[in-house]
Design a protein around this ligand. Structure first.
Ligand code: G4P
Length: 534
């Protein structure tokens, strides 16, 4: 095996940035991702509007096909280089394929980019994803998109985001709008204005930037004296009343640097990417179940599985396990030990993801994600290392938003159903709970996204020979709860709530609506509530 000096390893680690974009559908995640790849040189010309439509069409056709075959929808990891940084962008499934995987992907990232639509601010999906980032105290960078078209007042937007998420915002750039629309941004750190050149190819290639110092006498000629007066007023206001720049708070996830731009026209994408890469943390230490955190610079290879993508075509039972490298150097063909079973595995054909293509790789470093072909040995949360002696703190199970009662078509197949539910629950495809009833425990499944249920039914029928029907339940929120049995029972009396047990016999309460949830949380004295499985 090739050896690396500690210095060389530390350098490779320091230049890695691993992040995910959190947003609500339609905020522009696909467009921004494409533009980041464009700037990273991973693609050369962002597709024209037409080509993009066609491509999207192809993607959705492919998704339908995958669904038909029961394969969970692919999401990938895109790797590119920019300004000497090795960037790993973890794609978070967001549309129909929104699922627990989306949350788990965040656990594999070191920071997140919160993408907001300039007219809509924080929306439901963004809030759900933000909650997971907050739970992990992850640094969050905000990008306000679609500034090429009129949006809400940016000061108002900041106030709303702060109030809504309990997160401080520090605008790093500030939009400049003149009679001809969005023309540039002010860079508050460098005290200059960046004017963007409206190219003729609708954002297909990089945008030219002209930099003018904020105190330059010609600025009024460039943006007009009215726009300049407004800009100066707003910047003064931000300096006087806004949160100051504070790197410690950014790293602790309590202050988010905010950037304004337009992914469609590329305006503001480059200044964002530049500052984001400079300030975002490199690979962070990872907590283990017992003992000191694993440092990325520890020489021995360690990693954990954060997602398993099952291929349910009965002819191809292989799956891809996505592993985040946490320390040391990974090398193709390496033999590692799975901490849970102490079994050894040879990682023969590891894959990495370059732009949208998969390539086989020879080596990987902390912060990188590798895809490993798996024949059913690995589970979500599994730790792998040379000796199998490192056990990372597990990925929590996040409270599902959809619940269904499982009704088996043929009661004689109940044993098959139980095996299927147990295995699929362990694999992380769905969460499995039981409701006590006089006739015995009734299985209830929970999911973050509805596609998980389609996949579940397909797999129960095709892999376990237990065709089922799902009866949707009206619950939308859940909290694990600890405390005396009596107090818990008292709490769920009445409507809009239900008590279930998970595989570890822990109690979880389901709520029909936000009101029932809030009301209960305020009431439950002596009880402890958890948003993720404790
Ligand atoms: P998503 O992945 O977050 O769901 O969003 P996506 O990038 O697919 O963008 C959703 C819509 O918003 C698309 O329009 C896209 O062109 C538009 N969009 C993205 N970024 C910007 C921006 O900076 N400015 C403006 N004005 N629009 C933006 P569409 O009409 O649904 O699709 P298309 O026909 O343009 O492809």
């Amino acid at each position: 095996m090739k050896t690396l000096t500690p210095d060389a390893l530390a350098k490779l680690i320091a230049r890695r940035r691993t992040f995910a974009i959190i947003s609500h559908p339609d905020a522009g995640k696909t467009t921004l991702t494409e533009k980041l790849l464009l700037y990273g040189g991973a693609i050369h010309l962002a597709g024209s509007v037409k080509a993009r439509r066609a491509a999207r069409h192809a993607t959705s056709d492919w998704m339908a096909l995958e669904q038909q075959r029961g394969i969970s929808v692919t999401s990938s990891v895109m790797q590119f280089e920019y300004l000497g940084y090795q960037v790993n962008l973890l794609d978070t499934p967001g549309h129909a394929d929104f699922s627990e995987d989306t949350y788990r992907t965040l656990v594999a990232a070191d920071s997140a980019v919160m993408l907001l639509d300039n007219r809509r601010g924080v929306e439901e999906r963004t809030r759900q994803l933000f909650d997971v980032c907050k739970m992990r105290q992850m640094p969050i960078f905000s990008f306000v998109n679609k500034c090429d078209r009129p949006g809400g007042d940016p000061l108002q937007l900041i106030g709303d985001v702060e109030a809504d998420l309990g997160l401080g915002i520090h605008p790093v750039t500030w939009p400049i709008t003149t009679g001809s629309g969005f023309v540039g941004v002010a860079d508050r750190r460098r005290k200059e204005v960046l004017m963007f050149d409206r190219g003729k190819d609708h954002g297909a290639s990089l945008v030219q930037i002209r930099r003018i110092p904020l105190d330059d006498g010609t600025l009024a000629d460039v943006i007009g004296s009215d726009a300049l007066a407004t800009l100066r007023n707003e910047l003064d206001l931000l300096d006087a009343a806004g949160h100051p720049w504070d790197e410690e708070a950014i790293r602790a996830g309590t202050l988010s640097p905010m950037f304004f731009g337009s992914a469609l026209t590329n305006f503001g994408v480059e200044p964002f990417l530049h500052d984001f890469l400079e300030v975002a943390p490199g690979p962070l230490p990872r907590q283990v179940e017992d003992g000191d955190d694993v440092q990325p610079t520890d020489p021995e290879f360690t990693g954990f599985v954060f997602k398993i993508q099952a291929n349910m075509d009965p002819k191809h039972r292989d799956r891809i396990a996505f592993v985040r490298v946490c320390s040391g150097r990974f090398e193709a063909g390496m033999t590692v030990t799975l901490a849970r079973t102490k079994k050894t595995l040879r990682l023969a054909q590891p894959q990495q993801f370059l732009a949208r293509e998969r390539v086989e790789i020879e080596e990987a470093f902390p912060g990188d994600v590798i895809g490993i072909l798996d024949r059913g040995n690995l589970r979500v949360s599994d730790s792998i290392s040379l000796k199998g002696d490192v056990v990372f703190s597990g990925i929590p199970r996040f409270a599902p938003s959809h619940f269904s009662r499982v009704v088996i078509a043929d009661p004689l197949r109940r044993k098959h159903l139980d095996t299927g539910l147990r295995q699929l629950g362990e694999e992380g495809a769905v969460q499995v709970f039981y409701q006590d009833s006089i006739a015995g425990p009734v299985p209830i499944v929970g999911a973050v996204g509805l596609l998980q249920f389609d996949v579940l039914m397909f797999r129960l029928e095709n892999e376990y020979g237990a065709p089922c029907r799902l009866e949707p339940l009206p619950f939308r929120h859940a909290r694990w709860v600890r405390g005396s049995d009596e107090a818990i029972e008292q709490l769920v009396e009445g409507r809009a709530r239900m008590r279930l047990f998970d595989a570890k016999q822990q109690s979880i309460i389901l709520f029909e609506d936000e009101w029932a949830l809030r009301h209960t949380l305020n009431k439950g004295e002596g009880l402890e509530f958890f948003e993720a499985s404790p």
